[in-house]
Ligand binder design. Structure first.
Ligand SMILES: [Zn+2]
Length: 88
């Protein structure tokens, strides 16, 4: 499922697989809000050096985040690689 970059993850037309990038005012990467590819619920992926959050490839439109993503509400588990959600 291709991750669609949107500005407002809470827009009415939001759909599973949507992502919205957020940076701090100083430009430092913050993370991505996303609509879970499995259940459509909104959640948040925090970007850092991988210590507490996810590492990021720096590409806003085609992000690669590591490690994998687990959405606990529905148990969707997979990867976001080059802007593509893939379950595993
Ligand atoms: Zn989910």
């Amino acid at each position: 499922m291709k991750a669609r970059l949107v500005t407002d993850i809470r827009a009415q037309e939001a759909q599973p697989g949507d992502i919205a990038y957020h940076a701090y005012p100083d430009g430092k990467p913050g993370g991505y809000a996303y609509c879970c590819p499995g259940c459509g619920q909104e959640d948040w992926l925090n970007i850092d050096d991988g210590t507490h959050g996810w590492t990021w490839n720096g590409n806003v439109e085609a992000p690669t985040l590591r490690p994998s993503i687990l959405h606990r509400s529905c148990n969707w588990h997979g990867y976001l690689t080059d802007g593509e959600f893939s379950p595993c």
